[in-house]
Write a protein that binds this ligand. Sequence first.
Ligand SMILES: NC(=O)c1ccc[n+]([C@@H]2O[C@H](COP(=O)([O-])OP(=O)(O)OC[C@H]3O[C@@H](n4cnc5c(N)ncnc54)[C@H](OP(=O)(O)O)[C@@H]3O)[C@@H](O)[C@H]2O)c1
Length: 326
Amino acid sequence: MQPAARIYVAGHRGLVGSAIVRRLQALGYGKLILRTRAELDLTDARATQAFFDAERPEYVFLAAAKVGGIVANSSLPAEFIHDNLAIQTHVIHSAWRSGVRRLLFLGSSCIYPRLAPQPLRECDLLTGPLEPTNRPYALAKIAGIEMCWSYNRQYGTKYLAAMPTNLYGPGDNYHPTHSHVIPALLRKFHEAKLRGQDTVFVWGTGTPRREFMYSDDMADACVFLMRLPDEGFDSLLGSDESVSGRFEPPLVNIGTGQDVTIAELAALIASVVGYAGRIEYDPSKPDGTPRKLLDVGRLAAAGWQAQTALADGLRSAYVEFAAGAD
Ligand SMILES: NC(=O)c1ccc[n+]([C@@H]2O[C@H](COP(=O)([O-])OP(=O)(O)OC[C@H]3O[C@@H](n4cnc5c(N)ncnc54)[C@H](OP(=O)(O)O)[C@@H]3O)[C@@H](O)[C@H]2O)c1
């Protein structure tokens, strides 16, 4: 991916898309093609094709999607499966028609079976039932992986699917009920501190284990993958199962390889925010999957590892949140 390459970042204002834009600009990439949702609604097939025909990007980072936490997924299942299937189908198909050289499709670690052995390996895909609370979203992402694989097999495209773990960082969504666990807890402890509240209730039992990665690390991993020389990139595209007999989708996990319990996370966020009150748990709220830790061996073998420790990332995220909140 040469510095003068024409690069489309779909979803450039989101948590991941904005971090990818920061990373590409820092590396001197000057021909970024960016459109807000108002300028280009990717659920509109005709508009998406017209955009690709006009702009002819060479590389695509597909970071546009309908994303949210447990409440959003359980209350808006139709939107999660429709919007994600529509966005990824239109972008992947238009990319093929306009001759895109490489495309990185972003999924999520919820694609793996609820009770698969930990850590989760790429080959565990489609080996068991999914977590019901976000199955519509997960199935859309699995369809996206299969679409990349199918286009690679039929048309010889170079489309890779990357499965990030839970992400957090600058520009995250702090919506009180629709956000992910880290922005939800940062906001909850911050408001409790300001109000002088003596107890904060955290959803669930506090026992589930989760892996978290800072969004700038995620962006660095995405750009690292797209800048790999042909041999390295092609080796991640898996194989044609009908020829190799092996189940090797074009899939790579992106994570830190370390996890914490929700209780440990809550205690860490309380100390980052400076909240000194009590933390109580509300077991009437859903815990979700008991554990979700990614095996990041494939990415490490390609030469990449996460740099930001959880405590440091949380501090940076809180500084940005607090600056906007007050
Ligand atoms: N956040 C996580 O913890 C996490 C974890 C694993 C995987 N991922 C994956 O990473 C990718 C990016 O997620 P994120 O956290 O960056 O999400 P996000 O912050 O919600 O950003 C999503 C972006 O997509 C855009 N978008 C949504 N619908 C669109 C449409 N119809 N047309 C055009 N643009 C549209 C949004 O535009 P607006 O700015 O106009 O809303 C937003 O900029 C997703 O594929 C997600 O599955 C995220």
